[in-house]
Design a protein around this ligand. Structure first.
Ligand SMILES: [Ca+2]
Length: 250
């Protein structure tokens, strides 16, 4: 069963014809998709979606408790919920949730053109990248999170890359993988806006009403939701096989 593949993620990101063909041929051989209610409409095999706010409660505010959401009690440390941030190393460096692991997927590092990076570390336009290997990604997760019942919450920039990573982990036997829907940055929300002629046009929403449409209106962890994040780098949370990349400046 093809539960995950770089083809899924790249067809979503690039919209290539090849990606579409891969999805069609894969779906023809598979049982019905369990659900596709994620931001990208990709087939999901993992447990469920989760909001940034709930992920923050579980991993920081209520850390160490089990029976999350019902008061809880202190439980097995191996079953504490953890966030795995699958964004590239520069994105993680620019800000990430407290105690989140960085295990990049499907690319480890992006090189940018002369326009540089967004405040969140992503390239304005990338020129090349270091790709992650599925087997390397999985074996590294198995090393840092050996208990397959540990709740794993996957985070990326807008909630697309994390879907493919979630399918990969679920296919390997992890039972409690959830995708953080909005991601760390998120996207603009849209709504019908009244025009002078009385018609309504769907347009991006200026959520904070400052008459400027920018990142602060995006609905992810860092901006409109305003959840805490940090930029310090703790060695045991960094992606060890390429730890030297965290000291690069570009
Ligand atoms: Ca605004």
């Amino acid at each position: 069963m093809m539960r995950t593949a770089t083809g899924y993620i790249w067809s979503a990101i690039t919209g290539t014809a090849m990606g579409s063909l891969m999805m069609v041929s894969a779906q023809a051989e598979e049982p019905p998709c369990p659900f596709d209610e994620n931001r990208a409409g990709l087939c999901g095999y993992y447990k469920s979606e989760i909001s940034p706010a709930e992920a923050y409660l579980h991993t920081v505010v209520q850390r160490g408790f089990v029976n999350l959401g019902s008061g809880g009690r202190l439980g097995n440390p191996l079953l504490r919920a953890v966030i795995v941030d699958v964004r590239s190393i520069p994105e993680y460096k620019a800000g990430h949730p407290e105690r989140s692991y960085n295990v990049p997927y499907p690319f480890i590092y992006q090189f940018c053109d002369e326009r540089g990076r967004h405040p969140d570390g992503a390239c304005v336009a990338r020129t090349s990248q270091i790709d992650q290997n599925d087997a390397d990604f999985l074996s590294y997760i198995q090393k840092i999170i050996p208990n397959q019942d540990t709740p794993i919450y996957l985070l990326c920039r807008t909630g697309v890359r994390s879907v493919a990573a979630g399918n990969l982990l679920t296919d390997a036997g992890y039972t409690h993988v959830r995708n953080i829907w909005e991601g760390f940055v998120g996207v603009f929300l849209t709504a019908p806006k009244l025009q002078e002629d009385g018609s309504r046009v769907i347009s991006a929403v200026d959520l904070n009403h400052d008459l400027v449409l920018d990142d602060r209106d995006k609905n992810g962890w860092r901006y409109h939701q305003g959840l805490p994040y940090e930029t310090r780098l703790l060695p045991w949370l960094m992606y060890q096989p390429m730890a030297d990349l965290y000291t690069w400046v570009d």
